[in-house]
Design a protein around this ligand. Structure first.
Ligand SMILES: NC(=O)c1ccc[n+]([C@@H]2O[C@H](COP(=O)([O-])OP(=O)(O)OC[C@H]3O[C@@H](n4cnc5c(N)ncnc54)[C@H](OP(=O)(O)O)[C@@H]3O)[C@@H](O)[C@H]2O)c1
Length: 285
């Protein structure tokens, strides 16, 4: 009788393990939106692969999430602004045997901004930002979509864009352009998959937050207090992202006032757009 109970227990545990095989990959998970995405996903029982440069922060987040939610958490410390970092990351994941085939969600979240006059920017700094914000998420999307297709996986890619994607922003010219690139790329790939290839299994979603309460503007040496837009909580941004993942919403703009702003700005004469975005950035304050 005792043996039978023990057998049942082992079987139960195995079943539990088998039920929870799905993994989400979150880049830029050591702080801000990425860290909160990791927490929300853990609450929903996702196993996680967390990527950023700060190894200690990732390890301590992994420790607390795996203990609190009984999930598996892997960390990969990698600089995603380096050339070839997407293929490096994909290779690391593939080398961890069963991991790659269980990834059903990829959140391309890691990103930085630069607030500076373009002619005062440093070429290396711009190149790193363009790699991090555009090249790496583009290639990760490519590798994972191919992999999901080949392995018949129903998967979602969520790419972090921004309100900055919709209009040019003086002194954030290159950053805004990287986010326009991500929005345009993701919308087109999502349409290809949904409508042209009629692949109902893979979705490429885009999340467009406005200025949010994270380290983002500190890193860019700009005070978010100057900005004449509502600064959103990380909570608001990430819950919109989680809803988008559930509902497979192609493009999600965070917050009603931002949705209105994007709509209105379509009717602004082009010579006033730069004035408007400079005003909202609060450069004169
Ligand atoms: N906060 C906003 O106002 C706002 C608004 C619109 C869109 N967004 C977008 O939201 C995303 C997340 O930003 P956030 O607000 O959460 O900023 P954050 O708090 O500064 O977090 C950025 C994350 O990206 C990681 N990261 C930065 N450089 C990296 C690199 N070279 N290699 C690997 N990881 C790197 C950071 O980790 P390590 O430093 O440890 O590497 C960190 O985990 C970005 O794509 C940003 O463009 C933010």
């Amino acid at each position: 009788m005792k043996n039978k109970n023990l057998e049942n227990k082992i079987l139960e545990n195995k079943n539990l393990e088998n039920k929870n095989l799905k993994y989400a990959l979150v880049t830029g998970a050591s702080s801000g939106l990425g860290e909160l995405f990791a927490l929300k996903l853990a609450e929903e029982n996702w196993n996680l692969i967390l990527v950023a440069r700060s190894e200690d922060k990732l390890k301590s987040l992994a420790f607390s999430l795996s203990n609190k939610f009984s999930i598996k958490v892997e960390t990969i410390s990698l600089d995603l602004s380096e050339q070839n970092s997407a293929s490096k990351l994909f290779a690391i994941i593939q080398s961890k045997s069963s991991l790659a085939s269980n990834i059903e969600l990829v959140i391309n979240n890691a990103g930085i901004g630069i607030v500076k006059y373009f002619d005062q920017s440093d070429a290396n700094e711009l190149t790193q930002m363009m790699n991090l914000n555009m090249i790496t998420p583009t290639l990760l999307s490519l590798y994972f979509i191919k992999h999901m297709k080949e392995n018949n996986i129903s998967g979602t890619i969520l790419n972090l864009s921004s309100m900055a994607a919709f209009n040019p922003i003086p002194k954030m010219s290159c950053y805004a352009a990287t986010k326009s690139f991500i929005l345009s790329l993701s919308m087109a790939i999502d349409y290809e998959l949904r409508e042209l290839e009629a692949d109902l299994k893979i979705k490429v979603l885009t999340l467009c937050p406005g200025p949010a309460e994270t380290n983002f503007f500190n890193r860019a040496n700009y005070s978010s207090k100057k900005i004449l837009m509502k600064v959103q909580s990380a909570e608001e941004v990430v819950s919109t992202g989680m809803k988008a993942i559930k509902n497979k919403t192609s493009v999600s703009i965070v917050g009603t006032s931002n949705k209105i702003l994007v709509f209105i700005s379509k009717f602004f004469p082009s010579n006033l757009i730069n004035k408007m975005t400079s005003y909202f950035m609060g450069y004169n304050r």
